[in-house]
Structures are given as C-alpha cells and as structure tokens.
Design a protein. Structure first.
Length: 213
C-alpha cells in the first residue's frame, strides 16, 4: 500500500482511540462522558492502545518515512521533518508518562495528560496531512511510495511480533528508552489546531479520493 495512505490510516486509528477513551463517538459517547460513565477498564485499555499506536507510528515515521523525505533534498520538506521530530518528542514524553503512571494516577491527572496528548497529536497530524504528506505526494513517485509502504508494513509487523513475544514471556513493560530524546530541544508549545484539523481532514479525504481515481 502507498506509504501516505498507510500513515493517514494510522492517524485515523489514533483519532478513533481517543474517542474510545472518552466513551466513544456520537450521542452515546457524549452522554457517557457527561455522566462520567466510562468504565475504568475501558479507559485504561484505550490509554494502552493509544500509547502503543503512537509508539509504533512515530518509530516507522522516524525510521522510514522521514529519512525518505529528507533524501528528497527539498528544503521545505527538510524544515517540516525537523519540526515533526520536535513534535514527536513532546508526544513521546506524554506516552512515557502515561505508561509509567496510568495504573496509579488519579482520573483527573490521566484526563489532563490525555487531553494534552490529544491536542499535541491533533496539531502534529494536521501539519503532516496539510503540509508534509501533500508535498511528499508530489516529490515521490508512485513506486517509491509503494516501496516505502511495504517497508512500513514490514516494520510494523516486526514491532507487533516483538511486543507479543515480550508479553508471552511475561516481561514487565519497560518505560520507553529516552536516549533518542536527549539533546533535542523541547518543542515550542503546540498551538491549538482545532480549526486546522477540520481543514486537514477535508484535505486528506479529498486527497484520498483523488488518489483513488
Ligand atoms: Fe509524525
Ligand atoms: Fe504521522
């Protein structure tokens, strides 16, 4: 599958998981949120899934997509990759905190952290879908995108298998290594991206349709 399609599918999946954490979408989800009727187990499972998805997604982007983007030598893409890496650092900090504390932290603390994470992810996804991915769509050939897509899928499978093997061995879940984060500047506070988000979605749906034709 085309690498850009794969990345956007991941984004959709993460968005869906955030909705699940809040009790689901639609009117039922809204009622459950307002009445505080989302079971603790469901919230905990959603947090674990979100952390896992973001962990794998940021890895495949950093290991495969971003290096391919940098190899285009397009200055605008290089700038966007640098910005994205800084934003990933923020996302990873939230994920590390959630993995370490979500079992014992208060609901209020989890809600605050999840809300900050969702806001940062929305902002980042919006920039990728509005700026970086459309540019890569132009710069990379269809066969390059397909080959990147195959590498991304293979890497995701390998990361998934490694996780299953670790779970079967019963090894305690470790906090994600932060070595790659050392030395990087903390990203500037991500601005709220609600308005851009809807624009990004519209753009990505249009792009999806255009690619389907
Ligand atoms: Fe990213
Ligand atoms: Fe992404």
């Amino acid at each position: 599958m085309d690498a850009i399609e794969l990345i956007m599918k991941d984004h959709d999946r993460v968005e869906e998981l955030f909705a699940r954490f809040k009790g689901g979408g639609g009117l039922t989800g809204l009622v459950r949120r307002v009445t505080g009727n989302v079971p603790a187990r469901e919230r905990r499972t959603a947090v674990e899934h979100i952390c896992r998805e973001l962990d794998v997604h940021t890895r495949v982007e950093e290991e495969i997509l971003y290096p391919a983007a940098q190899a285009t030598a397009d200055t605008e893409v290089q700038r966007l990759v640098a910005e994205s890496l800084a934003e990933h650092t923020r996302v990873k900090e939230h994920v590390a905190w959630l993995r370490e504390h979500h079992a014992e932290a208060s609901d209020e603390d989890i809600d605050a952290r999840m809300s900050a994470l969702e806001q940062d992810v929305q902002h980042h996804v919006s920039e990728e879908e509005n700026d970086m991915l459309p540019r890569l769509q132009e710069l990379l050939s269809e066969s390059d995108r397909a080959s990147l897509g195959r590498r991304i899928q293979a890497r995701k499978r390998a990361l998934g298998e490694r996780r299953v093997a670790r779970t079967q061995r019963g090894a305690p879940r470790k906090r994600r290594a932060t070595g790659s984060q050392r030395g990087r500047k903390t990203a500037a506070r991500a601005r709220k991206s609600g308005a851009r988000k809807s624009g990004a979605r519209a753009t990505s749906k249009r792009n999806k349709k255009a690619r389907a034709r």
